[in-house]
Design a protein around this ligand. Structure first.
Ligand code: FES
Length: 222
């Protein structure tokens, strides 16, 4: 296991966007008025992180600073403020476990325990083979389906200990399950299924059941 902080990471000597990402970056920069290119710093850092195995080396931040004509320290300030930027390597499967109050009330302790027991690492650590990293995070904004883990870009919800272990097994096999509720909940509907709005309101019923009424004729010259 390892616990890497930004200060003890082996940094690459250089970084540059590949051709596809450079084209994407130029398209994003062009959306902003002249003199406001610094506003593109967040999406460009995101592109850089995705290109560099889900973490941002200093060379990537310097590269983005150069593209946007910003002082490097301004880019470091952004990258160190937002927790979605990783300043040290993370595993192939990056587990961000929410332990804020709604998830805690719904069993996030059990989810954390399942992760640490199954992977043999603690929060903030990466497995020896580099496959899994565990991080504890604040509310992920999916409390209605608590408890929740974000794995890379996807949310897995309504977890408990056994479901968390199955999720880890699936990721280890390279076949993560469908994202969303592992209990089969329809988006954020009640666990037993929708209780209201099971059919469209009568005045809109034609949208599903009958052809749309013909539009009235337009006045001449309109
Ligand atoms: S408290 Fe866990 S998603 Fe909001």
């Amino acid at each position: 296991m390892s616990v890497a902080g930004a200060h003890d990471v082996v940094q690459p000597a250089s970084f540059a966007f590949d051709a596809a990402n450079l084209a994407r970056a130029k398209t994003i920069i062009a959306r902003y008025p002249e003199g406001r290119q610094a506003s593109a710093v967040l999406p460009l850092l995101d592109i850089a992180q995705r290109q560099h195995h889900n973490w941002l080396p200093r060379a990537a931040m310097d590269y983005v600073a150069g593209l946007l004509d910003m002082a490097p320290i301004r880019v470091y300030e952004v990258a160190t403020f937002y927790t979605m930027f990783n300043l040290a390597p993370v595993g192939r499967w990056f587990f961000q476990i929410c332990t804020t109050t709604p998830c805690w009330l719904r069993g996030s302790d059990e989810v954390v325990a399942a992760c640490t027991r199954k992977l043999g690492i603690g929060i903030g650590e990466t497995t020896q083979d580099g496959k899994f990293t565990l991080r504890e995070v604040e509310c992920l904004g999916a409390c209605v389906n608590a408890p929740v883990i974000q794995v890379n870009d996807d949310f897995f919800e309504d977890l408990d200990g056994p479901a968390t272990e199955r999720l880890i097994d699936a990721c280890a096999a390279g076949q993560p399950p469908a994202k969303g509720s592992v209990a089969g909940r329809q988006t954020s509907a009640p666990a037993g299924g929708p209780q209201v709005l099971k059919a469209p309101p009568a005045r809109y019923a034609w949208t599903l059941e009958t052809p749309k009424p013909a539009e009235p004729p337009k006045p001449a010259g309109a």
